[in-house]
Design a protein around this ligand. Sequence first.
Ligand SMILES: *Cc1c(COP(=O)(O)O)cnc(C)c1O
Length: 325
Amino acid sequence: MLDRYFKLGFFPTPIERLENLSKVFNGYNIFIKRDDLTGLATGGNKTRKLEYLLYDALNNGYDTVITAGAYQSNHCRQTAAACRKARLECYLVLGGEAEPEPDGNLLLDILLGANIHYTTRSRRGEKMDEIADGLRKQGKKVYIIPYGGSNATGMIGYVRAMVELKEQIDEMGIEFHYIFIPTSSGGTQSGMLLGEEITGLKSRIIGINIDKEETYGIPLEDYIMKLIEEGADKLRIKAHVSKEDVIVVREYDSAGYGVLTENERKAIKLLAETEGILLDPVYTGRGFFGMIDMLEKGMLEKGTNILFWHTGGTPAIFHYGKSLL
Ligand SMILES: *Cc1c(COP(=O)(O)O)cnc(C)c1O
């Protein structure tokens, strides 16, 4: 099952020690894993999920993919690119309205030739089924990918990512006590937790919550547990992950999805100026801020190794533009 994927990215993604940042937070060894460098149309965490989703679509004879997201969705941009490589037709259902001067991810969606439906306020694919039905009436075989690519198929990408991490860790001869990720639709965190079970890794995975709204009407923790169970079924293993292992930190999401605050500005500036690495305003800026805030407040044990998992999002920088400064 883990080896049934359609290759879209360059793996393993690098891990580097953040020498300068580790000096700022004395007593901690801070590392970064660069999933912003997966290589698919500026990269990001959706590449790993799409390798499994598009394999499934191709293997079952679909010719068209539909997915959804926010107006600046990284998932949609990567899906548009992945569909080109797999020679599938791509439909995107985006929140917001058609823009006379598209930028950031939206610009790339258009460059990649995706068919775009704008749905103003809804950004989680509420209109997807209806649009998919219309496409089916035209004779297309439509494969629906939920927003964020987070279902039992997509999350397998992050199970495999943990196998990759285990190999890197063995080679480096270290362990990570904590892994920080921005968490939103749950595919990344659920895959990592199930991946820990398979690999025996024992890092505490700390998800910094990005989107304060519920996921399909339930708390994100519950949705993550559901994905872990479904993913385990697919892999024909038994999951022993308990709800206490699902750490979702909600301290930093109060401004709402995609709303830039001083927190994200501070995080983006700090990593740019210490290490020359770019974070994005929506996900990794917020996630990284959560990590440094917890370090500053002394909430993590001293002397530990900490991994920040960079999940991508680079193009959104060029949508937020000078508001980042
Ligand atoms: C989608 C996304 C996330 C969140 O991943 P989920 O699997 O949806 O929880 C984090 N960072 C970036 C840059 C993303 O695009």
